[in-house]
Structures are given as C-alpha cells and as structure tokens.
Design a protein around this ligand. Structure first.
Ligand code: FES
Length: 180
C-alpha cells in the first residue's frame, strides 16, 4: 500500500461501518429510523389529543346527566294569587375540571299554595330579561316590546315561543325546580 492509498478497515458481517452514511448499504438501519420517527410522531399526536378528549367527555357528562332539583326557598313565602314573585338560585355548572357558579332568576306563582308555576325570566327572542308589569297583567321585554301572558304565552312581539317553564316540587316546605 502506498501513502496515497487510503486504508479500509473491514467490518465484521452485520455491523455498520460508522463512516458509511449511505442508506442503501444498510436497509435495516433505515427501517429502524423510520419506526423510531413514527413512534415519536404518534406520541406527540396522543399528547395533543388527550386534553381535548377529556374536555369533550367532561362536557357531555355535565350536560347529559340527570338534572338535579334546585332549591328556591320556602314555598309558603309565595302568596296564592299574588303577582309573580322573582326568586333567585345559584347553581354550579361543571365543564371538565372547571366549576362555575351561575345565578338563575325565575318567576313563581301559585293559585293555591300547593301547585306552583315557575317561569324563566329570559325572553325567548334574543335573551333579554323580562319583568312583570302589573298594569298589563303580563311579562314585558323591553328589548323589542314583547309581552308574555301570566302563563308565559306570547301575547305580542317577536318571541318565537312562550317563556321556558320549569318543573316544580315542594318537599318539607321547600320549593324546588328543575328544567322540564
Ligand atoms: S329580546 Fe325580548 S322581544 Fe326581543
């Protein structure tokens, strides 16, 4: 061997030559790299998708579960035949790991102290709050001058349907409601 000739070290069969970067000479190594890169990519995708899956599951549980009765107050505080009484309740809404408190206002009436009608105070047109107007014997929405009857039916204006009505229940003298 002359000084211009390069020395070549013979590697044992099956071992890659560290100086040889040619993919064509080592298809096994190429397959290994592809599998490794695919595994890393799959891991990253799973890490991104996991929180979204938790969020979707949590939300559907919160909205799809059995509605709970919400306590409004003492049933006897509602005078039979009196104008609708505005009552408030605070409820907890869960969305995934988040818990938010929300205040709900409803109008309550009773003809006899036993049967109760509970109506939402949210207008079914665009969501403004209605108020009881004694002169008109109805609920008035100031946003587009709508009027709802005492029963919640639309009397005048653009609302597409009556005020939302809740189920009512009295237990141990306490008035409860939930979405019908
Ligand atoms: S929001 Fe009540 S009438 Fe339009």
């Amino acid at each position: 061997m002359t000084s211009q000739e390069s020395e070549r070290v013979e590697m044992p069969e099956g071992e890659a030559d560290p100086g040889d970067t040619s993919e064509a000479t080592d298809p096994e190594r190429r397959r290994f790299l592809i599998r490794t890169i695919s595994a890393i990519g799959g891991g990253i995708t799973a890490a991104i998708a996991a929180p979204a899956a938790i969020f979707v599951t949590g939300s559907s549980r919160a909205t799809g579960g059995e509605q709970e009765w919400i306590r409004l107050g003492t049933a006897s505080s509602i005078e039979p035949g009196a104008p609708p009484t505005l009552m408030k309740a605070t409820i907890e809404r869960r969305s995934g790991y988040r818990v938010e408190e929300q205040e709900i206002s409803v109008f309550v009436t009773t003809p006899n102290g036993t049967d109760f009608t509970i109506l939402s105070n949210i207008c079914t047109h665009l969501g403004c709050r209605v108020r009881w107007v004694e002169d008109q014997e109805g609920f008035f929405c100031p946003c587009h001058n709508a009027i709802f009857a005492r029963s919640g039916e639309v009397v005048q204006g653009p609302p597409p349907r009556p005020l939302d009505r809740y189920e009512a229940m009295v237990e141990d003298g306490q008035l409860y409601f939930k979405e019908a």
